[in-house]
Design a protein around this ligand. Sequence first.
Ligand SMILES: *Cc1c(COP(=O)(O)O)cnc(C)c1O
Length: 466
Amino acid sequence: MDYISTRGNGGRIAFDDVLLAGLSPDGGLYLPAAWPQFSDADLRALAGKPYEDVAFAIMYPFVEGSISATDFRALIAAAYEGFFHRARTPLRQMDSRLWLLELFHGPTLAFKDVALQLLGKLFDHVLSARGGRATIIGATSGDTGSAAIAGCRGLDAVDIFILHPHGRVSEVQRRQMTTVMDANVHNIAIEGSFDDCQALVKAMFNDAAFRRELALAAINSINWARIMAQIVYYVFSAVALGVPARRVAFSVPTGNFGDVFAGYAAHRMGLPVERLMVATNRNDILARMVATGRYECRDVMATISPSMDIQVSSNFERLLYELHDGDAGAVSAMMNSLAQSGAFDIGDAAMARLRALFAARRVDEDETLAEIARCARDHGGVVDPHSAVGLVAARDMDTEEDVAVISLATAHPAKFADAVEQAAGIHPPLPDRLAGLLEMPERFSVLANDLAAVKRHVRERARIVG
Ligand SMILES: *Cc1c(COP(=O)(O)O)cnc(C)c1O
């Protein structure tokens, strides 16, 4: 499979280059040059298959030419054997038409494991085949860092450096990162905010010499391989409920638009989907966009679903490209407007296409808390605040009675125990396998918010250097 950039000047490149590059040099995001197609018969053949088999069938067309079928099967098996549920992403029935898709059975209890467990393996495989190494650098306010570290720990070809704001992530989130003792894992606590951490990472990537010297690679949510891995559970859950004989819709708690774009991709590849609900918290740029056709940035507000507290949904650019039939000039113009004035308008034709498949709902903090309490009362168990946002929107969907609604549960309730306790008076315990977390030794370096010092630290530790 070849890939192209949403800005039109990235050429045509292969999967392994897309994986390592992350962002296209023209500033755009990569998309496959053509979407693989699955017929109704193909989908029927996937029903009842193990997660790994569905994953292979859905993803292999995207990596073909870069990775052999035998190797890819082995990478998928290795990625998901660390999940603590046989079904990997099980469905839990909530009522006659509502289902919860539990995506949090991976090592760090959030749905990001589904993609990042595979991504680490893909990096290692592609780099080993080339005889190369890479240095992954990222900033985190919590979830992404621990999932990235869990995905990359112990890999031969990869060193990973994760910056977090010192004293400003929860104890569980910090410990999920800092108790990992593999020699290729480096946690850096920056004396500053999350924005400071992000600015440091951006500055390192923008330093071309440093970037080359350390073979910097990114694993943030604009990396195509993450989207690819997330397409799988849309198909897996839909065929489990009887698609194509039955109709389904999805409700997706959304931040960067990565997860819900994977749902769009599944639809584009032939999965019949009645509706994709974009569920947002008070940071509602996407809900306002669906209502008005105008995409306009505002300040970020802190909420009890912090992994969705974003100002700009970077993956939305991929949908814009699709809505404009691959008109990269139109996408570039909108992105330039966003960079210059913090907003752009989407034309009527594109909005009509968007609204034919997508709906959106902003969910307030009170509604989120009430939903958590309702789950404890009516459904025999709490959900985390992100999953609750999805459920509130799912219950509100205008789909017909016979459409099964699948609401994505993106984190384990124990990961956001304070909000759950506030809502339902229940303190969800960590699963047994993480019970020792609070006693395990930690290892991390505290550094000043100083670019030169951070660069020196990385250079001294990355194995890529001499
Ligand atoms: C990252 C994250 C989200 C949002 O996913 P996007 O792909 O950014 O839309 C939702 N819930 C949880 C728990 C997350 O960690």
